[in-house]
Design a protein around this ligand. Structure first.
Ligand code: NAD
Ligand code: UGA
Length: 465
C-alpha cells in the first residue's frame, strides 16, 4: 500500500519530532499528530513557532516549514484515525504506580485506550505502528483488541521503536544509525513492513532499514536502552573507585574507549543518568525477566539502577560532607535542571533527587536552567511527595539569571552539561559567593585548573583533581 495519510497518536517528545521529519521528507504524505492534551496541541499550533512545547535544536525551523502544508496538530483524534492508512501509537508508557507490577512494569493503559479507539473508529484496513517503547509481546494484546471488533476491518501491527536521544532528536531522525521494523512473517505482514520501509526510504539508506519479527523488534528496544544505561552505570561505578585511588575517570574512559571493541561513546561519568526512559525500560525488562522466573537475569539488570541511585545520592551526600557536614540554611546554587543539555525535559533528572536530598538537610536551593521554568521544577519536586508543596516552594528558588542564582551561595553544583556554563564569568561568580567557594561539577565540564586559580575549591566526579 502506498502511504499518503499518516496519523500519530501522542504529540510528545517522540511523536512531535518524528512526524515533523516524516512530513518534511515526504511532501506527498499528509501527517496529522493528535493528542488528548489540548494545551500541548495549542502550543504545537502556536503562531510563534518558537513556542512549540518541545525544545530541540532545529525542531522549530522544521515545524515552521511543514506545519499547515502537510503537517497538522489536532485534538480531533477520531477524525485523524478515520482518515489515516497508517497509525503510529506514540503515547507514554510510564512505570506502573499501582497494582500488580507497581514500580516496575510498564503501564499500558494509554496503549490499550488507543487500540480500543482505533478499533471503534476504523472503517477500512489499517496498519498500526507501535512507536512507543513496549514490553515484548504487547503487539499480541493490541492485535487481540483490534481483531475482535467484528466489523470486518483488517489490521496489521508493526513494531517500529524509536532510538532518538533528546537534545539531538532532529539529527538522530535525519541520520539514524538504523531504523528497526518488526512485523508478521505472513504475506500481509510483509506488505505492511514494505509500506513502512517505503516511508523511511525517502531519506534513510535502505541498508540502514532493518526488518525483523515483532518480538525481536520489541525486545531490541529494551535491550538497547539497557546496554546504554549499563555503560553509564559502569563508568560511574569506576568513578567512585577513581576518587579513592587517585585515578582520573576521564583518563580511564579515554584509555578504554580507544579499544575498538569498547568504543569511546557513552563513557562520560556524571551525577547519574536521568530521562524518562532508561530507568523505566530497565525496570520493565527486570519485571519481564522475573515473570518468566529468570531471577539472575533480573538481578543483573537491576544493578544498573542501584548504581545510578547510589551515584545521585553520593553526589548529594558529598556536598553536605564537604560543607562541614551541614547545609542547613546555606544557599546552594544549581546550574542546570534538565536531565541533559539541549532539552527542556526534566523527567527523572538527577537534579530532582539531589535537590530532594539537600532539602531534607534544610538547604536553600537556587536554580537556573536555560530551558526550565519554575513551574516545572516545583512540579518535579512535588511529584516525589517527600514534603508538602509549600515547603518545596520555600526551599527552592528558580531564577532566570545564573549570576543571581550564584550570588551569596556557599556552593555551586553543576547538574546539567549546558555549554553556556563553561563560558560564564567565573571570576564574577567567585567574587559574589561565600568563602571558601565550592564548585561540585556533576558533569565534569568546567575548566578545573582555571577555577582553582581563581580561588574555587572544585570537586569533579571521578577524580581528586
Ligand atoms: P510524552 O509523554 O512526551 O508524550 C506522550 C503523549 O501522548 C502525551 O502528550 C499524552 O497526552 C498523549 N496521549 C496519551 N494517551 C493518549 C490517547 N489515548 N490519545 C491521545 N493522546 C494520548 O512521551 P514521549 O517522551 O514522547 O514517549 C512516548 C513513547 O516513546 C514512550 O513509550 C517512550 O518510552 C518512547 N520513547 C521516548 C523517547 C524520548 O526520547 N522521550 C525516545 C524513544 C522512545
Ligand atoms: C536515550 C537513548 O540514548 C536513546 O537511544 C533512546 O531512544 C531514548 O533514551 C529513549 O528510549 O527514550 P535520552 O534519554 O534522550 O536517550 O538521552 P541520552 O543521551 O541517552 O542520555 C540519558 C542520560 O544519560 C542523561 O541523563 C545523560 O546525561 C546520561 N549520560 C549519557 C551520562 O551520564 N553519560 C554518558 O556518557 C551518556
Amino acid at each position: 500500500m502506498k502511504i499518503t495519510n499518516i496519523c500519530c497518536i501522542g504529540a510528545g517528545y517522540v511523536g512531535g519530532p518524528t512526524m515533523a521529519i516524516i512530513a518534511q521528507k515526504c511532501p506527498h504524505i499528509k501527517v496529522t499528530v493528535v493528542d488528548l492534551n489540548a494545551e500541548r496541541i495549542a502550543a504545537w499550533n502556536d503562531e510563534n513557532v518558537e513556542n512549540i512545547p518541545i525544545y530541540e535544536p532545529g525542531l522549530s525551523e522544521l515545524v515552521g516549514e511543514a506545519r499547515g502544508r502537510n503537517l497538522f496538530f489536532s485534538t480531533e483524534v477520531d477524525k485523524a484515525i478515520d482518515e489515516a492508512q497508517m497509525i503510529f501509537i506514540s503515547v507514554n508508557t510510564p512505570t506502573k504506580t499501582y497494582g500488580l507490577g507497581k514500580g516496575m512494569a510498564a503501564d499500558l493503559k494509554y496503549i490499550e485506550l488507543c487500540a480500543r479507539q482505533i478499533a471503534s473508529i476504523a472503517k477500512n484496513d489499517k496498519i498500526v505502528v507501535e512507536k512507543s517503547t513496549l514490553p515484548v509481546r504487547t503487539a499480541e494484546a493490541i492485535k487481540s483488541i483490534l481483531e475482535n471488533t467484528g466489523n470486518g476491518v483488517h489490521f496489521q501491527i508493526l513494531s517500529n521503536p524509536e532510538f532518538l536521544a533528546e537534545g539531538t532528536a532532529v539529527q538522530d531522525l535525519l541520520q539514524p544509525d538504523r531504523v528497526l521494523i518488526g512485523g508478521e512473517t505472513s504475506p500481509e505482514g510483509e506488505q505492511a513492513i514494505n509500506s513502512l520501509v517505503e516511508v523511511y526510504a525517502n531519506w534513510v539508506p535502505k541498508e540502514r532499514i532493518l526488518t525483523t519479527n515483532v518480538w525481536s523488534s520489541e525486545l531490541s528496544k529494551l535491550t538497547a536502552n539497557a546496554f546504554l544505561a549499563q555503560r553509564v552505570s559502569s563508568i560511574n561505578a569506576m568513578s567512585e573507585l577513581c576518587e579513592k585511588t587517585g585515578a582520573d575517570v576521564n583518563e580511564v574512559a579515554r584509555a578504554i574507549g580507544m579499544d575498538s571493541r569498547i568504543g569511546p561513546k557513552f563513557l562520560k561519568s556524571s551525577v547519574g543518568f536521568g530521562g524518562s526512559c532508561f530507568q523505566k525500560d530497565i525496570l520493565n525488562l527486570v519485571y519481564i525477566a522475573k515473570s518468566y522466573g529468570l531471577h539472575e537475569v533480573a538481578d543483573y539488570w537491576v544493578q544498573v539502577i542501584i548504581m545510578n541511585d547510589h551515584q545521585k545520592r553520593r553526589f548529594a551526600a558529598n556536598i553536605v560532607q564537604t560543607l562541614y557536614n551541614t547545609v542547613s540554611g546555606k544557599k546552594i546554587a544549581f546550574l542546570g535542571w534538565a536531565f541533559k543539555k539541549d532539552t527542556n525535559d526534566t523527567r527523572e533528572s538527577a537534579a530532582i533527587y539531589v535537590s530532594d536530598y539537600l532539602l531534607n538537610e534544610q538547604a536553600n536551593i537556587a536554580v537556573f536552567d536555560p530551558q526550565v521554568k519554575e513551574k516545572q521544577v516545583l512540579a518535579d519536586l512535588d511529584y516525589l511527595q517527600s514534603r508538602p508543596s509549600d515547603l518545596n516552594k520555600k526551599g527552592i528558588n528558580v531564577m532566570d539569571d545564573p549570576y543571581e542564582v550564584c550570588k551569596g551561595a556557599h556552593a555551586v553544583a553543576i547538574l546539567t552539561e549546558w555549554d553556556e556554563f563553561r563560558e560564564y564569568d567565573w571570576q564574577k561568580i567567585y567574587d559574589n559567593m561565600q568563602k571558601p567557594a565550592f564548585v561540585f561539577d556533576g558533569r565534569n565540564i568546567l575548566d578545573t585548573p582555571k577555577l582553582t586559580a581563581i580561588g574555587f575549591i572544585v570537586q569533579s566526579v571521578g577524580s581528586t583533581n
